[in-house]
Design a protein around this ligand. Structure first.
Ligand code: GMT
Length: 376
């Protein structure tokens, strides 16, 4: 098939899922055309059957707000016609879904162009419910030829909040278990933990919803019991406040802010525990990637995280903001090798059995076929 993919290319779970989906599809023989304003961060442009089409937005002085959605729709229509796309697959509803709808109408005279909208989380739980976006988000989702959500939780939210009646197929986040795998030796960890400290990892876009400051508080607690250091990978608005808090709690020497990382599969296996103290998480891709690497997640009991992590079996789930409880779980894991090994092993197994690419990508392929056949 010839598939057009649009996502937020810079940083965020939806862009990562879209990019890795595109690369997996290309590896399976499909032609994949990324249509975005920048090169997606994890995209390997040298891979066969991967194409990239940049969306350029003119910044005419009259425009206080450059009309990205229109530029995107035009580019989608152009690419669909020139490369005879079979389907457009947009990730994150706003504004990608409405742009796809416009592109579909623009090319309608010459070709059918069904589009699928994949809902990832904040497009429904945060941004989409903002009164200025609510009606158009609902409209563009309902107009989609196919809708997928990344967890049962998110599907239920979409139905409840937006009253969407169309079929919403749940296709969960996935991980390539060949790329994301354990490193039992953890030799590369020495550069971050020169004295053999245990490593905690937080990986996010540092938005308030991720509560990165909680990670600093957890580390400060943990260090009262076990020598440990914290790797903070990623960047975003809460990074400055997190750095300040580290200084205030006098743990700044043991918190390493690494910035955005393009090869997290090399970094994650060096850690022992992943901290995901989020306020909301419709799935929690970072926890899945960690589990595939036998890194145990200590996360919050929110949204769809429980569809991935089974508390006490392959990770721990605690209440949002309960630093004491989360820190206690980390201390237990870092002081008891047998416990850590048991959960780490179960996490790797869970990731491989339920969320590996071989299980999930065919579900997208089937959805493309269904949507293309239905549109004829
Ligand atoms: O987590 C973010 O802030 C980014 C966001 C996105 O849409 O880019 O991530 C969402 O999509 C991920 C991939 O499907 C999910 O694993 C995350 O749980 C979800 N984030 C939230 O729901 C907060």
């Amino acid at each position: 098939m010839k598939v057009g993919i649009t996502c937020y290319p810079t940083y965020g779970g939806s862009g990562i899922v879209a990019t890795e989906l595109g690369m997996e599809l290309a590896a399976r023989g499909h032609d994949v055309h990324f249509i975005t304003y920048a090169n997606p961060i994890r995209l390997d442009l040298d891979s066969p059957r991967i194409h990239y089409h940049e969306v350029e937005v003119s910044n005419y002085p009259l425009f206080q707000y450059p009309p990205y959605c229109l530029a995107l729709a035009s580019r989608m229509a152009e690419v669909a016609e020139s490369y005879q796309l079979d389907v457009l697959h947009v990730h994150y509803a706003i504004p990608h879904s409405i742009a796809a709808m416009l592109a579909q109408q623009m090319v309608a005279k010459v070709r059918r162009l069904p589009y699928i909208t994949t809902l990832h989380g904040t497009d429904i739980t945060l941004v989409g419910v903002d009164p200025s976006y609510f009606p158009i988000t609902k409209f563009s989702i309902e107009q989609s030829n196919g809708i997928t959500a990344i967890s049962d939780y998110l599907r239920a939210e979409t139905v409840e909040v937006f009253g969407v009646q169309n079929e919403i197929r749940v296709i969960k986040n996935f991980v390539n278990c060949d790329l994301y795998h354990p490193d039992n030796e953890k030799k590369g960890a020495a550069q971050y933990a020169p004295n053999g400290e245990k490593l905690l990892l937080h990986l996010s876009n540092f938005r308030p919803v991720k509560r990165p400051l909680d990670c600093i508080r957890i580390l400060a607690e943990v260090r009262k019991h076990v020598p440990a250091r914290l790797l903070m990978a990623g960047d975003g608005p809460e990074r400055g406040p997190a750095e300040q808090l580290a200084r205030k709690l006098k743990v700044e020497q043991d918190v390493l802010f690494l910035g955005k990382q393009s090869h997290v599969e090399r970094l994650i296996p060096l850690a022992h525990v992943l901290l995901m103290p989020s306020e909301m998480e419709s799935f929690g891709l970072a926890a899945l990637e960690a589990m595939a690497c036998s890194v145990v997640p200590v996360a919050t009991r929110v949204g769809g995280v429980g569809e991935l992590v089974t508390d006490g079996e392959d990770g721990y789930l605690e209440a949002v903001g309960d630093i004491e409880a989360q820190a206690a779980r980390v201390v237990a894991l870092l002081s008891d090798d047998a416990l850590h090994w048991r959960l780490a092993k179960a996490g790797r197994w869970n990731a491989g059995e339920r969320f590996c690419t071989d299980r999930i990508i065919p579900q997208y392929e089937q959805h493309y076929r269904d949507v293309v056949d239905a549109a004829v």
